[in-house]
Write a protein that binds this ligand. Structure first.
Ligand code: PMP
Length: 428
């Protein structure tokens, strides 16, 4: 209701052709046809500020990535059963960035999506440990394949979890004592590992998004350190899902797990890796993948193809040459400062958290009681959209505003976002 005829027709056409499982953002959906840097444009040329999309992390239509992809596509695009330098050069440069055992003599394997990366990580973990159990956080999302959907509780109660899945609460720094978050989480993991042993064959792996995106965005550093110790004590593997938190998103470290001071057994990555070209993968400690590699084999038709590697290489080259991580730290701090100033005037802002350019703003109806206000969060998201600023909301109660722009977000972009947010709050 309230939509113009053209939008109504487009929404109906989409539903007719794509069926009932797809969801659109916003009460008034946005039709887009072009992107550039931190901006999206509709068919009428109207400009939107993109404060949401992490895939285009070095900017929509980044010329360097576009050129690299086009050049490689015009040269050769084939699979990994031939010797090609691109994939080797990329792995050689990236492996040292993980530190620990992976940097020492680990390996990289390539997929097309984050789902496939997590799926592969779990197959390797199960092969290595000879067990099936997987522990995740309460509202985790790890993918859309049959295996990964089975350990993605955020898909909703009607989407079945595996009988081999156990959940632990996310490290909620707003409602729990920040000083004991890690210890509490480690205790919960130890308990669930024991449950898996009692009811099945035990723990294969613990997997978590290092910034807990779908759980509501929690960024207290160090929390996962005691968790990793508990996982290893139970004989399981620690899988760091860096699909959201990797590639400089947090500003202070290149990988999100590094904020926790841990040495993961497997790291999975995707989304921003190719700035929109589908490329994802895993980095793995050598002993973890040894028996898997011996007993079976891995092939992925498109994963790690020449064009995927050209895109991935262009992304990290751009990040290094343009000090993208430095920009993330600086602009992220600027946005959080601006939000903190707004919180002094608006009681409905209960908490501001996150790291770098992954920012959560928790909206509440009662600040003292910390009562989630999903309706208000939805209203703010939609009001911002009417002002052509794009964000979203997340968390178990969908009351946490999710601000996660391309990493090339500028000071001007940050000030634009803040002034529109201020105007929306003032108009409530
Ligand atoms: N892990 C996390 C933490 C994610 O956020 C996502 C995607 N939202 C995935 C895995 C799955 O990635 P993809 O959509 O590329 O399969």
């Amino acid at each position: 209701e309230g939509l113009d005829a053209a939008t109504q027709a487009a929404v109906a056409r989409r539903a007719r052709l794509l069926g009932p499982a797809y969801r659109l953002f916003y009460r008034h959906p946005v039709a887009v046809c072009r992107g550039e840097g931190t901006r999206l444009f509709d068919a009428e040329g109207r400009e939107y500020l993109d404060a949401y999309n992490n895939v285009a992390s070095v900017g929509h239509a980044n010329p360097r990535v576009v050129e690299a992809v086009a050049r490689q596509m015009g040269t050769l695009c084939t699979h990994t059963r031939y010797i090609q330098d691109g994939i080797l050069d990329y792995a050689e440069q990236m492996l040292p960035t993980f530190g620990g055992r992976i940097a020492a003599n680990g390996h990289m394997m390539f997929t097309c999506t984050g789902s496939e990366a997590n799926d592969l990580a779990m197959r390797i973990a199960r092969h290595r440990t000879g067990r099936n159990g997987i522990i995740v956080t309460a509202e985790a999302y790890h993918g859309n394949s049959h295996l990964t959907a089975g350990f993605s509780p955020s898909l909703g109660d009607a989407s079945p979890l595996g009988t081999w899945v156990r959940r632990v609460p996310a490290p909620d720094s707003y409602r729990m004592d920040p000083d004991t978050l890690g210890q509490k989480m480690a205790e919960a993991v130890a308990e669930q590992a024991w449950e898996l042993k009692r009811h099945g064959d035990g723990l294969a792996a613990f997997i978590a998004d290092s910034l807990f995106s779908s759980d509501g965005i929690f960024a207290t550093p160090g929390v996962l350190k005691p968790v990793a110790e508990a996982v290893h004590a139970a004989g399981g593997l620690f899988v760091a899902d860096e699909v959201q938190s990797g590639f400089a998103r947090s500003g202070d470290r290149f990988w999100g797990f590094q904020r926790h001071g841990i040495d993961p057994d497997i790291v999975t990555m995707g989304k921003p890796m190719g700035n929109g070209y589908p490329v994802a993968g895993i980095a793995v400690a050598p002993e973890v993948v040894e028996s898997f590699g011996r007993d079976t084999r891995y092939f992925n038709t498109f994963g790690g193809n020449g064009v995927a590697m050209a895109a991935a290489q262009a992304v990290v080259d751009f990040m290094r040459d343009e000090d993208v991580q430095g920009n993330v730290a600086r602009v992220g701090a600027r946005i959080r400062e601006g939000l903190t100033a707004l919180a002094a005037r608006h009681e409905a802002i209960g908490d501001i958290r996150g790291a770098g350019l992954y920012i959560g703003v928790e909206m509440v109806s009662d600040r003292a009681a910390r009562t989630p206000d999903a309706a208000l969060a939805a209203r703010i998201v939609n009001d911002l959209r009417e002002r052509r600023v794009l964000i979203s909301a997340t968390g178990p109660e969908a009351n946490v505003l999710k601000i996660r722009p391309p990493l090339v977000f500028s000071d001007t972009d940050a000030d634009w976002l803040l002034s529109e947010f201020s105007a929306v709050l003032a108009a409530l």
